[in-house]
Design a protein around this ligand. Structure first.
Ligand SMILES: Nc1nc2c(ncn2[C@@H]2O[C@H](COP(=O)(O)OP(=O)(O)OP(=O)(O)O)[C@@H](O)[C@H]2O)c(=O)[nH]1
Ligand SMILES: [Mg+2]
Length: 330
């Protein structure tokens, strides 16, 4: 509240300005953040307060907003109600998670023709104070696909700390498993997340086997690793047919999975049927696809595959044109 007081200006009138608005708190998804650790060491954030209004009808300055960065894949819950506030699935999404208070009104606002010396003014409103729980979904970079029993779970258990169930019958894996793979030395470490999902069979898109609904877990991966059993354990005679069946099932999911970059893997080479391996090699060469023969039993080819996956993930992470191409293909 203020009144204009000046020599030679009788009855200067009310001159109290309004208060400024308190700053808002935003949350924004960023591709350069991979974890939530920055919240662990600094769990409380305050936006700037609005300044007081002043005499001479001066409005107080608004408080500055602050923006909290979170990795893509963060889900924000209201800690008090448990309600989901936002699911950051894309980079550069921005939402307000706590609004700053509105500034008060100075007495200048209350003047009317019949009420020329108001002493009323209005207090500002408190800003919101909220507590959130942040959960980070691991988003897989690489998805393992193939028939059941080709050795997908065995591979993820060889290259990461994940220990999914492995067994000599189809449909061992009923739920996706995630494993974090780290390669390189500490300075040049590349790490990425691999998803091992249930095997696909012909007709999966019509519900055969475990269906295809779990493919959503690899919808956002950058790279697929398509595993083909080249031993006689599969009981299927034609490896090329195997590949084509899986490709058809990926296509039927209609999420662009068939257009993703892919590394082909020939598995179980310790007990390979040489004709099957040869046939797959020729087919891959013709399709200009890279083929990595591996054995989870002897360890042959595993390191090479791991580094190839890391290099490809790294290339796709930095290659925006590949991302664009992928986006356009959808
Ligand atoms: N000889 C040999 N056997 C392997 C190799 N890799 C996996 N196996 C065996 O193949 C069988 C199936 O392996 P899993 O890793 O469970 O196969 P999966 O692809 O995860 O199968 P689903 O989860 O049913 O889709 C197991 O008995 C493994 O021990 C390999 O390189 N050589
Ligand atoms: Mg499995």
């Amino acid at each position: 509240m203020a009144f204009r007081r000046e020599k030679f200006v009788p009855r200067g009138g009310p001159s109290g300005g309004d208060g400024g608005k308190g700053g808002d708190i935003w949350m924004e998804s960023s591709e350069s953040h991979n974890t939530l650790v920055h919240f662990r060491f600094n769990p409380e954030y305050k936006a700037e307060r609005g300044r007081h209004g002043e005499g001479a009808k001066k409005t107080g300055r608004d408080g500055g907003d602050i923006v909290l960065k979170v990795p893509v894949g963060t889900i924000v819950y209201d800690e008090d109600t448990g309600e989901k506030v936002h699911d950051f699935s894309q980079p550069n999404e921005r939402v307000v998670i706590a609004r700053g208070g509105r500034g008060g009104r100075g007495n200048a606002q209350f003047a009317t023709s019949t009420h020329q010396a108001p002493r009323e003014h209005e207090e500002g409103r408190e800003g919101e104070e909220r507590t959130f729980r942040l959960e980070l979904k691991l988003l897989a970079d690489v998805g393992l696909v193939g028939y059941p029993n080709v050795g997908k779970s065995t591979l993820i258990s060889r290259i990461s700390a994940a220990r999914p169930k492995v067994a000599d019958y189809p449909f061992t894996t009923l739920e996706p498993n995630l494993g974090v793979v780290a390669t390189g030395d500490r300075k040049h470490e590349i790490s990425f997340v691999v998803a091992d999902i249930p095997g696909l069979i012909e007709g999966a898109h019509t519900g055969a086997g475990l269906g295809i609904q779990f493919l959503r877990h690899i919808e956002r991966t950058r790279l697929l690793v398509h595993m083909v059993d080249v031993s006689d354990a599969s009981g299927r005679p034609d490896v090329v047919k195997d590949v084509e069946v899986i490709q058809e099932e990926l296509k039927s999911f209609r999420a662009g999975l068939e257009a993703k970059p892919v590394l082909m893997v020939a598995s179980k080479i310790d007990v390979a049927n040489p004709d099957k391996l040869k046939k797959l090699k020729h087919w891959c060469a013709r399709k200009k696809l890279k083929l990595y023969p591996i054995s989870a039993v002897t360890g042959e080819g595993i390191e090479k595959l791991k580094f190839a996956m890391a290099a490809e993930v790294e290339r796709l992470r930095t290659d925006n044109s590949a991302l664009l191409k992928y986006a356009e293909s959808r």
